[in-house]
Design a protein around this ligand. Sequence first.
Ligand code: PPS
Length: 286
Amino acid sequence: MKMASFKEIISTLPRRKGWNDSDNDLFLYRSFYYYSFFIEGVMSAQQNFQSQPSDIIICSASKTRTTWLKSLTFAIVTRTTFDDSTNPLLTNLSHDCVPLLEVDLAQSSTNRDPKNPLSIIDSSGKIVYICRDPKDSFVSLYHFIARRLASKDMKPLALEEAFELYCGASLDRPDKILFLKYEEMIEDTILYIKKIADFIGYPFSFEEIEKGSVEKIVNMCSFENLSNLEVNKSGKHREGTPGAIENKIFFRKGKVGDWENYLTPEMAARLDSITLQKLNGSGLTL
Ligand SMILES: Nc1ncnc2c1ncn2[C@@H]1O[C@H](COP(=O)(O)OS(=O)(=O)O)[C@@H](OP(=O)(O)O)[C@H]1O
């Protein structure tokens, strides 16, 4: 029997209006809404990815501080490979220092054996997952898309309309992972960097801690430092592709609680209620 192509499968999925420039619809695939330009890669990764015990998989929903977590994880793992002036984080967007699973697989640039895929959850690789108050994620995503559209002389939806669409889409979360909350991490970043390092198998030695290696990573990956690097002020991500985007759009305010400047108390209560509904039974709270 002929296997359906990814495009054929996508055409049968439930869809709803999105608010991006390049593709207006979001498609519901395994309890998560994606734009079609990501979904083929996601399907390919889910079907073909052969996880290795040494894998470290960074997972996040959009605008939950992925850029920060990628830079921290990369800095932890490479801390003995590079010195303060040679770290690739200083000349590349964090996203470009860490391979993107679905894109690599979609381009068949992986050397993994595709014949016997293993579930990532069942593998012995490490999964680090970050989440953030959805109210802040929404405000961050809204501005990310608005700035992206502005760079193409296009106008975003009104915030209220985008909010309606955001509330309509749901998020599912995996388990068996190091589950990080951005709001907790920012309170004690040193503690959380040590936790991530222990979890992914790159613990800091007593001497490293004494020498201030953890503080060095905090500073290198800080919003102030990364957003002021030349590459993040003038460089481009996925240059030369239809998804090209200015690196500076990944950096906006880097603050907790900016939602208060954009959402009414009613909007905040509504999103909190959706979040609590989604978290019900998971043991997680807002
Ligand atoms: N290094 C560092 N430290 C702290 N915060 C940072 C950092 N880099 C990016 N940001 C802020 O993260 C928000 C973007 O979220 P993501 O990185 O998850 O975006 S993406 O999904 O990867 O596109 C977005 O948050 P807002 O400022 O609230 O919009 C960015 O400003």
